[in-house]
Design a protein around this ligand. Structure first.
Ligand SMILES: *Cc1c(COP(=O)(O)O)cnc(C)c1O
Length: 408
């Protein structure tokens, strides 16, 4: 694996050895906004949405899961580019509503919703994805006390195993969703409570690069939903079949063949029974839509040798970009795509470890990675920082300044 290198990412430029983002060098971006810096390029997001829509059947609706990047400006942008927004907390609801997203386009999944979250969601008129039988009872009681009906979908935890996903959220004992075998009993009670039943939600895994395994999951998911629909109080308006489309983070990772996934989905949809022809099929994606549009830039402050190893010490770190340190859902630590942004044309001459400025051995952005020569004043770029970067990092740990986030 060590002989494999990360590819130069699409959509970025190289101007005399210096990385450009949206046509400007990172030196200019840092001069204007300071270091460390997240740059998110909405043109790249739009391209990714366009590519995704082109691959998926035209009737499939595309949702953005804002957990991947909840920056208010990105939420507003992505709400405009996609057909709906998936949220997972009251805080995300507040951001979405403040960004002007129409409540009709928002659905709220996630375990452990508080009474305040349930109330705010029902009052706002967004859809609640029910994660347990008890949650269904709580939603019913809340809707009754508000004298209104709650829009709900039932999140199903499938009985079949989900393959290929590096983060599993279904197909086994889970805090998410209601076990497939228990769903018919719940559906039988839905007609009697103040609910508007809108359909089903299945989200069983994340970060899969394997088209065949995604196709298999989609097929089994649709089969299951056809079966469960027979027990529904009315024909389901929506099947949200999840997503889990991954991005290639590590050397040797191959991008997902989304065209293959899309054409298989078209065939699967064509085989739905007549009674479900008008059911809206939703695919919800987070990282796949935004990860590649973001880059994290930090500045080399120090360079040292310790017992034969070279360290580049930056003003960034895991407090901004935890995932690059390997501590966000990775089993084996592998290097994220990292480059010396001010020496792109240099040959990777020797292995270096790039650290942040936190006083903890956990704070490594790259470990023993072949990189070109770099010195204090050079800039380091961490790619794929558009998803699970700033918002998924412990920014108060050690009380260094927050990174600036710029939306281009
Ligand atoms: C986390 C999550 C997503 C987004 O996952 P990605 O891997 O970023 O695509 C979508 N839906 C639900 C329910 C989630 O929990």
């Amino acid at each position: 694996m060590s002989d494999k290198h990360h590819r130069f990412p699409e959509g970025y430029g190289n101007q005399h050895g210096v990385l450009t983002v949206s046509g400007r060098t990172v030196i200019e971006w840092i001069a204007e906004h300071g270091s460390p810096l997240f740059l998110y390029d909405t043109n790249l997001m739009r391209k990714q949405v366009t590519k995704t829509r082109a691959a998926l059947p035209a009737t499939v609706k595309l949702h953005y899961a804002m957990k991947a990047n909840p920056h208010p400006a990105i939420v507003a942008f992505m709400a405009g580019e996609t057909d709906g927004l998936d949220i997972a907390s009251g805080g995300e609801l507040a951001i979405a509503l403040a960004a002007g997203v129409s409540p009709g386009k928002i659905s709220f999944a996630g375990p452990g919703k508080t009474d305040v979250e349930l109330r705010d969601a029902i009052v706002a008129g967004i859809k609640l994805n029910l994660e347990s039988e008890l949650e269904a009872l709580r939603v019913a009681a809340m809707a009754a006390s508000l004298g209104t009906a709650a829009r709900v979908a039932v999140r199903v935890n499938p009985a079949f195993e989900i393959k290929g996903a590096s983060m599993r959220m279904g197909g086994s004992a889970q805090p998410f969703g209601i076990d497939e075998e228990r769903v018919p009993a719940l559906l039988a009670t839905l007609g009697e409570v103040p609910f508007v039943f809108e359909g089903f939600h299945v989200y069983a895994g994340s970060q899969s690069l394997n088209a065949d395994q995604i196709i298999e999951s989609q097929e089994k998911t649709l089969e299951m939903l056809v079966r469960l629909s027979a027990a529904a109080p009315c024909p389901p308006a929506v099947f949200n079949i999840g997503g889990g489309f991954g991005v290639p983070y590590f050397p040797g990772d191959m991008p997902l063949d989304i065209v293959k996934v899309g054409s298989a989905l078209a065939e699967q949809i064509a085989q739905l029974p007549e009674s479900l022809r008008h059911t809206e099929i939703v695919v919800e994606l987070g990282r796949y839509l935004v990860a590649e549009s973001g880059v994290y830039i930090c500045n080399v402050l120090d360079k040292k040798t310790s017992y034969g190893e070279t360290f580049l010490i930056t003003d960034g770190g895991l407090h901004h970009q935890l995932a690059a340190s390997g501590q966000f859902g990775q089993v084996l630590r592998r290097n994220y795509p990292i480059m010396i942004a001010t020496n792109l044309s240099g040959k990777p001459t020797h292995k270096v470890t790039v650290t942040g400025c936190l006083c903890t051995p956990l704070d490594r952005l790259a470990y023993n990675m072949p990189l070109p020569d770099a010195n204090p004043g050079d800039l380091v770029a961490v790619f794929l920082a558009g998803a699970y970067g700033a918002s998924a990092s412990p920014k108060d740990f050690l009380n260094h300044p927050y990174a600036t986030e710029i939306i281009i």
